[in-house]
Design a binder for this molecule. Structure first.
Ligand code: ADP
Ligand code: MG
Length: 289
């Protein structure tokens, strides 16, 4: 257990009596790729939302490298080292690719954001804002050094998707293809150098060749030692990239193990694969917006 990067224990979250997540426990080790699969509505996104602080659990603990984070907000959790993408994709439409990636880094800046600790104290909130404005206008050696670090982090992430995002670096996100918007979102998350990268259906709405490309990029990240918590409907991708697969149904974990073992588990075939064969379409694809 002490080897865990992320340890989730007894996690619960309900919505008006509906137990969306009902006693979920799992862990992610450093460098491990863990996928959560399961039918629509089984609680996968809610689990990711809890881990990333987007919503709070009603019970349970979440520990990242020994630090309890279940009460922390999403900004604080991002600082602790968990970065995410969203099921439906979220980019700022009018910002360029480079600026979209840079936005993700803002929470990590220190010299450019003096007195940032005071922003949690309501009456003193204007002090960090004035400080930030001062640094933006006047500049300090620390802030100029940070600017360079930010620029090189943005370059490095664009380089990761060079063939796709390189030529589009200064284009506004609204002009991008859907797949490129999702790549921009992954780049923004990776720019934070997260200890844990959390991806919610990164290939939703992508065609086969785009999906294969994302698979290769995930394998590259894995080879770099990046720990990933992935929710994904496309089983082939899940089986190829995961060290371990967790299967959810009705807010609970119904199976967990190595990809091949999970694929052959009868409960999984019934709950997930069997049901999905009938509609043959993803009933909840990630919408382009
Ligand atoms: P999945 O990602 O596995 O498809 P979700 O975690 O999105 O499932 O949803 C699990 C259940 O919780 C679903 O029944 C869903 O309708 C419900 N749910 C999720 N978020 C909310 C919310 N904010 N308010 C009310 N119900 C929600
Ligand atoms: Mg979901």
């Amino acid at each position: 257990m002490s080897e865990s990067l992320l340890q989730v224990t007894g996690l619960e979250r309900h919505f008006d009596g509906l137990k969306a997540v009902d006693g979920v426990s799992f862990s992610v080790a450093p460098g491990e790729v863990v996928s959560i699969i399961g039918p629509n509505g089984s609680g996968k996104t809610t689990t990711l939302n809890l881990v990333t602080g987007t919503i709070r659990p009603h019970a349970g603990t979440i520990t990242l490298e020994g630090t309890r984070i279940e009460k922390a907000d999403s900004a604080r959790i991002a600082e602790h080292g968990i970065a995410r993408t969203f099921q439906n994709g979220r980019v700022f439409a009018t910002l360029s690719v480079a600026d979209n990636i840079e936005v993700g880094l803002h929470s990590t800046l220190r010299a450019s954001r003096p007195f940032r600790g005071l922003s949690n104290i309501f009456l003193l909130r204007w002090i960090p804002l004035l400080g930030e404005l001062f640094v933006a206008i006047v500049g300090t050696p620390g802030s100029r050094r940070e600017e360079k670090q930010v620029a090189s982090a943005v370059d490095a992430e664009i380089h990761r998707f060079e063939a796709r995002l390189g030529p589009r670096r200064d284009d506004p996100a609204y002009s991008l293809s859907y797949a490129n918007r999702r790549r921009t979102e992954i780049a923004r998350a990776m720019a934070l150098r997260p200890r844990l990268l959390v991806l919610d259906e990164p290939t939703a709405g992508m065609n086969q060749s785009e999906t294969t490309e994302v698979l290769e990029q995930l394998l590259d990240l894995k080879a770099e030692g990046q720990a990933i918590l992935l929710v994904e409907h496309k089983l082939d991708l899940v089986m190829r990239v995961s060290d371990r697969v967790i299967v959810m149904d009705g807010g609970r974990i119904i199976a967990e193990g190595a990809p091949e073992a999970v694929r052959q588990n009868p409960a999984v075939i019934e709950a997930y694969i069997g049901r999905r064969r009938e509609p043959a379409r993803d009933p909840n694809p990630g919408a382009p917006e």
